[in-house]
Write a protein that binds this ligand. Structure first.
Ligand SMILES: CC(C)(COP(=O)(O)OP(=O)(O)OC[C@H]1O[C@@H](n2cnc3c(N)ncnc32)[C@H](O)[C@@H]1OP(=O)(O)O)[C@@H](O)C(=O)NCCC(=O)NCCS
Length: 231
């Protein structure tokens, strides 16, 4: 396995030739211990707005070393993560997040890929769930939202690139992916997105309205003195 996975979305900002820390994938807790369905009362899933770039960067910086390595397929610097946050919130990419008490705890990113003649319109998907929130069904819930976003953008195929040792991502992809390809270094799961419908567009529209309101409430709450925050 190479030090750095080639097709994760931030390849140009990875640390040049530094060998990664050895990654102990057996340190991951087992499925049976961790997996329980996401409790909607604990958080909200909604789009990450451009003005919330700082929340995205803070989330990515909070990832434990193994999750960070798995997310980016290699060792990345804090500076590269900050630049990645800018790219996600200012370009063609879209991010959907899991928020708890105004903090962003998990993200799924959709990065449209350049069109290729004779190939379906496609995008790369990437996931990051903070350690204490892993194994609760959040990654699976984010995948369902990401398929909706892809659907409404005319994207037919979502590609998820991950290291072969990444059991949670493999399990997540198995439920959605139509096919997999694998070489020594990485696995690629390909998820087919259905065509957009009036209902899929309405779902995203109402989700966007909710995202703007929710972000405004979170911001307002953060500006209040602690005694007025109700907690
Ligand atoms: C991979 C990741 C996104 C999965 O998100 P999650 O919220 O932890 O996953 P879920 O709880 O939705 O579970 C997804 C599947 O993985 C399984 N799973 C969860 N934790 C697991 C573990 N430690 N080992 C093996 N399987 C596991 C679940 O049982 C579920 O499979 P099922 O649907 O067959 O029951 C998350 O662990 C993560 O962010 N890891 C670090 C970054 C990363 O690896 N990103 C992927 C490359 S872009």
């Amino acid at each position: 396995m190479p030090a750095i996975e080639q097709s994760a979305p931030i390849s140009d900002d990875r640390a040049p030739s530094r060998a990664p820390e050895p990654v102990n994938t057996s340190a991951l807790p087992t499925t049976s211990v961790l997996h329980r369905p996401v409790d909607p009362a604990e958080g909200q899933i909604r789009k990450v707005l451009p003005a919330e770039r700082h929340l995205l960067v803070e989330h990515l910086l909070r990832l434990d070393p193994l999750s960070r390595f798995m997310r980016f397929g290699g060792v990345v610097s804090d500076g590269a993560i900050a630049r990645h946050g800018t790219r996600v919130t200012s370009g063609d990419a879209v991010a959907i997040g899991y928020f708890v008490d105004g903090e962003l705890r998990a993200v799924a990113e959709l990065h449209p890929l350049p069109p290729r003649a004779g190939k379906p319109a496609s995008a790369e998907a990437a996931f990051s769930v903070e350690r204490e929130f892993q194994g609760k069904g959040i990654g699976s819930a984010l995948m369902r939202h990401l398929v909706l976003l892809a659907q409404n953008r005319g994207i037919e195929e979502l590609q998820v690139v991950f290291l072969p040792s990444n059991a949670p991502m493999k399990n997540l992809a198995v439920h959605h992916a139509a096919n997999f390809s694998m070489d020594d270094d990485e696995m690629i799961g390909r998820v087919q997105a259905p065509h957009a419908t009036v209902f899929s567009r309405l779902r995203e529209f109402f989700g966007d309205v909710f995202a703007v309101c929710s972000a405004a409430f979170d911001l307002q709450e953060r500006t209040l003195p602690p005694s007025m925050r109700g907690n």
